[in-house]
Design a protein around this ligand. Sequence first.
Ligand code: KG4
Ligand code: ZN
Length: 466
Amino acid sequence: MPRGLILGIETSCDETAAAVVDRGARTLSSVVASQIATHARYGGVVPELASREHLRAIVPVVRAALAEAGVTLADLDAIAVTSGPGLAGALLVGITYAKALAYANNLPLIAVNHLEGHIHAVLLQERESARESDRESQRECAQSASAPPDAPSLALVVSGGHTHLFLARPANGIWSYTLIGRTVDDAAGEAFDKVAKLLGLGYPGGPWIDALAKFGNPRAVPFSFAQIKTKAHLGGKPAPTKAAKTAPIARLDPRFLFSFSGIKTAVLRYVELHGLRDEAKARASRLFPVAPSFSEFSALARKKGAPGLDFETWDSTHLNPSSAAAPSSSESASSDSERVGDHGPEPPLHPPQSREEALALCPQPTLDLIASFQHAVIGDLMKKTFAAAEAQHVTRILVTGGVAANSELRARFTAEAAQRGLQIAFPTLALSTDNAAMIAAAAWPRFLSQDFAKPDLTADPSLALS
Ligand code: KG4
Ligand code: ZN
């Protein structure tokens, strides 16, 4: 019987991550190299820069994960890698490296869907809790383990690239997924990021909005979500957006479809109508004095060129527990995760900013706008998730992905689930955002059923999970 050690590799977007997980239940190491400092200066992920940063980080990150776990490649039973959905060039870096490692070490390779990884982040967390010996963890575990082992769960995967509802069902250890709902345009995290950018806050926007929303009135601006009419709206075709590509919508119940592009436009209109644009610009230039705009990017990229692949000079001194652009509030998601910071030769264009600095630059009406935006987005996520849970007769809800780190989301989903007598589970904050432990955990059932990737495995940027 193999020991069950799987090395997971994740490079689907802007985090280079590697982790060693034992039998899908015990994390021996989880290393995440965040590219936030690289992309923050452009207000969003620049795919070419993401691929370049993955190339620079992949070898040292994998080495760090093996070293931290106290294992060598010879101790592993398999290598798992994210094969999609995500950015094509970014995915290819992880896949190519994982393939080479697997081939050279005669190990099986397991392809994992990134969305399935996010779902397994919750399951991994539950198994980790089950092993904790202190009483509190035992109680939490007992709470979430009370559903029969093969009972289906409703999983809300809500991140910067995805807002999907799946019915997730285990049968003899093998998980299957049915798509119940999803966004027809932007993902919820994308709306957080775009609204934060519009308001002159940092990237990624979720942690900034989360931190500042606590100081505003969530009912000050009455944002609303219209019922989506799929067929009339899109003629039954997939919407031409990044977030909507991963599954067709024509046969989904419109009650479980999301749309977050409208609220982004509503915030923009509010900003213009209330003359908040100059205030946002002034805030951005105070918080990020030298950040170039997106339009300046190509000239900048041409001027700087790609730096060399300095694997050998990269060492543990590049480990950085927090990201450069996220607020340094103790509640922020990124402060909880182990991250490898900006490790390139270019220093970040701006120093880390604190929640207090941003707060001082936000008048009360702006804080009210931020709180109202967050409240409305979470209200919409709740309404549709709980309606889907009722329609599917499930008693357990899993909420995962970067936006699942949001403090208001956790509090409101938890309270609503308690009121309805439903179980609810979230990953830890570190497992909510992209990481490789979730990829290694999702690979374990595939390892047991010998579901290995073929040698011609390649990146699938629109890979669906169903
Ligand atoms: O799962 P993730 O790391 O990457 C994707 O698969 O997209 O999610 C990143 C997204 C970003 O849009 C970020 O703004 C959002 O998660 N996010 C949050 C919070 N922390 C991260 N959104 C709301 N509140 C947060 N605390
Ligand atoms: Zn993700």
